[in-house]
Design a protein around this ligand. Structure first.
Ligand SMILES: C=CC1=C(C)c2cc3[nH]c(cc4nc(cc5[nH]c(cc1n2)c(C)c5CCC(=O)O)C(CCC(=O)O)=C4C)c(C)c3C=C
Ligand SMILES: [Fe+2]
Length: 466
């Protein structure tokens, strides 16, 4: 198993470039050798052909492999844009759920390699039927698109009613509920909107072009017609984390560098300890959750930031609240951006240089039993309220091995004691189990080298249904 960051075939961190998917499709179904090589790099080819991860495709498009031990979109260098959609199933049929996951897998494998959603594309196929791709990404390169799927608690045990009546096990999955897929507690100061929370399924689409990410979710949603509907979505821009040491630390809407102390893709031991679910975690569960081995959990929190109040706050106060300098992002205990904060250092007045209620102190591993998380959040701006205040903030996304140890305790501390909370309001929430990746070489490819869907096609999360 390699824990190196997913490398795009166009070069890590490189802007999307090269041939658009329309040009790619224009080459017809008889793919050229170069494109077949690109597809092989991405899908992992069935029929015994060895996958060639991270090969540069002849078309020069930036793509990340869809298959692999873990799903793409976790340690993949965080792209610039996000479109995340949570879905609710409208069927009680396990077969229809499995069929949806098969079709989503095939479509995601195509889309992430810069192909159209279906084999015909937006402008061909039967003239009297809707095209099998909506078309708005036809002239755009793949833009490093990754698509990551997850399962919400309600998929396993339904949704309890407000009077406490337990939910329904619609798909015969209750005995597969992984222990970490808990109902998150109400944290102090939570102001969650149910219409922006939870969901049976989640799709995280990340790309360096928002239209490519939106196109992916739109086509997946279209494929779900009659089986699942969108419950809520979130658009994000300006990643608020680095997930690879090759990436420059970006800034959040408070103007601070965000993602400095993140777990990075190159830290394979930390990924195994804090991000990927090990087989031993399933063994400790009362349910049969071995299917999640090699996967992770995704925590999503829509956090509104009171920008206007923050912008009237002194630089001294802003830095004290965060615990780092605004310019360099260095800890207030001294050094440069990547210097480890010294939480014991005190100033001339004897007070800690990194304040006791500062965000960095309270989120630091030493304050949290050594736990770390892989943050992968985005800024959002969703218009304004009736007082003219921006509805803007940070869409916090983090991948963790177990939310019970790696998220709930830290969020409890932050919600109660973090000075930053004066400027924050959590307005949406979701927790999802993210299965391991579709194995390299397992997707069945059609004659044109693209994945096909049949009754025995492999699909994301397949082990859950075994
Ligand atoms: C429960 C986990 C976290 C939430 C929620 C959260 C929200 C949040 N954070 C910032 C800004 C910054 N966070 C920084 C560091 C940091 N934050 C968390 C966790 C949560 N943040 C962790 C684990 C860490 C790393 C701590 C460490 O190891 O030192 C920083 C500093 C730069 C960095 O290391 O990334 C900033 C700035 C905002 C604005 C926010 C909610 C809107
Ligand atoms: Fe933070």
């Amino acid at each position: 198993m390699t824990d190196a960051p997913d490398a795009p075939t166009g070069g890590a961190g490189a802007p999307a470039r090269g041939m658009s998917r329309r040009a790619l499709l224009g080459l017809g179904t008889g793919l050229t050798a170069g494109i077949a090589a690109g597809a092989a790099a991405g899908f992992g080819v069935g029929r015994g052909t060895a996958p060639t991860p991270a090969a540069t495709s002849a078309i020069g498009a930036s793509t990340y492999p869809f298959t692999g031990p873990h799903q793409a979109g976790i340690v993949t260098p965080a792209q610039d844009r996000l479109y995340l959609a949570a879905f609710d199933l409208t069927t009680d049929s396990r077969e229809e759920l499995v069929d949806l996951l098969r079709r989503w897998t095939t479509m995601a494998a195509r889309l992430t390699q810069g192909l159209s959603a279906g084999p015909f594309g937006p402008a061909s196929g039967p003239y009297d039927a809707p095209p099998d791709d909506t078309g708005e990404a036809a002239d755009l390169p793949p833009a490093g698109l990754t698509i990551t799927f997850g399962f919400g608690r309600s998929l396993f045990v339904g949704t309890p009613s407000p009077d406490g009546t337990p939910g329904t096990d619609r798909f015969g999955l209750a005995d597969r509920l992984p222990g970490g897929l808990v109902e998150l507690p109400h944290f102090p100061q939570d102001a969650l909107d149910p219409a922006r929370s939870d969901g049976d399924l989640v799709v995280q689409a990340c790309a360096d072009d928002p239209q490519v990410a939106v196109h992916a979710v739109r086509n997946l949603s279209r494929a779900a017609f009659g089986t699942a509907t969108i419950r809520w979505t979130q658009l994000g821009y300006g990643r608020t984390s680095s997930t690879s040491t090759a990436q420059k630390t970006p800034r959040n809407l408070f103007g601070f560098k965000d993602g400095t102390a993140n777990v990075k893709a190159e830290e394979s031991a930390a990924l195994d300890e804090h991000i990927w679910v090990p087989a031993s975690d399933a063994a400790a569960d009362t349910t049969d959750s071995a299917w999640l081995t090699g996967g992770s959990y995704l925590v999503a929190r829509r956090i509104r930031m009171t920008i206007e109040t923050w912008d009237r706050t002194s630089l001294r106060e802003q830095e004290a609240v965060v615990g780092r300098t605004k310019g360099e992002g260095a800890p207030l205990s001294g050094g440069t951006e990547h210097t480890e904060p010294d939480l014991t250092a005190t100033g001339g007045d004897g007070a800690p240089l990194v304040a006791v209620d500062s965000h960095v102190r309270l989120a630091h591993p030493t304050t949290n039993d050594g736990v770390r998380m892989l943050r992968r959040g985005y800024n959002f701006t969703d218009g304004n309220d009736s007082l003219g205040r921006l509805d803007a903030g940070l869409f916090f996304l983090a991948f963790v091995r177990d939310p019970r140890t790696h998220y709930v305790p830290m969020q409890t501390t932050l919600s109660r004691d973090d000075a930053l909370m004066e400027y924050l309001q959590h307005t949406g929430s979701g927790l999802f189990a993210v299965p391991a990746g579709v194995p390299d070489g397992s997707l069945v490819l059609g004659d044109d080298g693209t994945p096909t869907t049949s009754d025995d096609s492999p699909f994301v999360g397949q082990a859950l249904f075994a």
